[in-house]
Design a protein around this ligand. Structure first.
Ligand SMILES: NC(=O)c1ccc[n+]([C@@H]2O[C@H](COP(=O)([O-])OP(=O)(O)OC[C@H]3O[C@@H](n4cnc5c(N)ncnc54)[C@H](OP(=O)(O)O)[C@@H]3O)[C@@H](O)[C@H]2O)c1
Length: 318
């Protein structure tokens, strides 16, 4: 938990608090794993200012078993295996703990065949990816370009786009990351820093229909180079400086730039993305990424690992 924002080693500590009780329309989850994402690091750093009452238990994503339900929730759900999303978005009880309480709409059933470890990797990355890939409708038969195909979101985007029937071309900067993107099912993977990368994409798949964009300022020229009139660039990240928007060239290209933030997604869009994740999961299309495990007591190291930018997802055993 933390009670002020700042570097991991300065503000994160392991402590005991009273086990929370679920309120109306909430459940309590005995957590098995907590997933660490860039958004958790940004929250802990105070990137988006937010008042902290007494403490904040970090992390949006996790997986475990419902052990108590609040009023208005079917008691038959006690004992259900679930994956948890957005636990800390409006609550002090994030998933970096033995228990969290969350609104019942933020826990989804985890099929028996799916390990808790995979369940804890879904939340932010998979739901974001599902919206970016499928937010305008079906992509079957289309060509989808996923930048950063080894990233948390990018790898899910590859799996979801392949599951949805698209041809997928991805980018990544190292051999190890390209291997991750290939193993997720990408048909082609290129190094976005290669001078020939735009030509390589065009030679492999022709102009692309949809681009899942992790770094618009860096890739706008690339995206213009591989697009055709009607292509959509779905942007989900905002690190670094804002891009300069070349209006005339974007107009001429008839390129659509769109942006999304999970926390403020319209309820219907969020619900559609979650449903897509559930369907892909049920079909076995979402698989375990490379993971580095930590204990709860190692939360500082876990956050520092997430900040290190490796291709491994970071999970904490609860
Ligand atoms: N809008 C939302 O609701 C939302 C939801 C989820 C995540 N995000 C944000 O999205 C970003 C990524 O999240 P994540 O969980 O996927 O992080 P991640 O696991 O750290 O992956 C980010 C990936 O981006 C790649 N990358 C960086 N610059 C690139 C470029 N110019 N072209 C192609 N790939 C590039 C990196 O690969 P290389 O090392 O190969 O460059 C890395 O694999 C974070 O800033 C996060 O906060 C936003």
């Amino acid at each position: 938990m933390y009670s002020s924002v700042g570097p991991a080693a300065e503000v994160l500590q392991v402590d005991r608090v009273a086990i929370p009780k679920p309120g109306p329309n909430q459940v309590r989850v005995r957590l098995s794993f907590s997933g660490v994402n860039p958004t958790d690091v940004k929250s802990r750093l105070g990137a988006v200012p937010r008042d902290i009452a007494e403490f904040q238990i970090p992390h949006q994503d996790g997986a475990g078993v419902i052990d108590i339900v609040g009023a208005n929730v079917d008691p038959a759900r006690i004992g259900e295996r679930v994956w948890v999303m957005l636990a800390a978005s409006d609550s002090v009880y994030g998933t970096a703990a033995e228990y969290c309480v969350v609104d019942v709409g933020l826990v989804r059933a985890l099929p028996e065949s799916i390990p808790f470890e995979l369940g804890a990797t879904l939340g932010v990355p998979a739901v974001t990816a599902a919206h970016c890939v499928l937010g305008d409708g079906a992509v079957a038969g289309q060509v989808v370009l996923v930048h950063g195909g080894a990233g948390g979101v990018g790898r899910c985007a590859i799996e979801i786009a392949k599951w949805a029937g698209a041809t997928v071309v991805a980018t990544a900067s190292t051999d190890a990351k390209r291997a991750v993107a290939m193993s997720a099912g990408a048909d082609h993977v290129f190094d976005y820093r290669d001078e020939s990368a735009v030509a390589d994409v065009l030679a492999a798949v022709g102009p692309v229909d949809r681009i899942i964009e992790v770094n618009l300022p860096a890739n706008l020229e690339f995206d213009l180079g591989v697009s055709r009139p009607g292509s959509v660039v779905a942007c989900y990240a905002a690190d670094g400086d804002d891009p300069v928007i070349p209006r005339r060239r974007l107009m001429t290209a008839n390129l659509t730039l769109q942006f999304m933030l999970l926390y403020t997604l319209a309820p219907a869009a969020l619900s559609a993305a979650v449903s897509a994740v559930e369907s892909a999961l049920a079909d076995g299309a979402l698989t375990m990424p490379p993971v580095r495990f930590f204990e709860l007591e190692e939360i500082v190291a876990a956050h520092e690992a997430q900040e290190g930018g490796s291709a491994e997802r970071v999970l904490i055993r609860c």
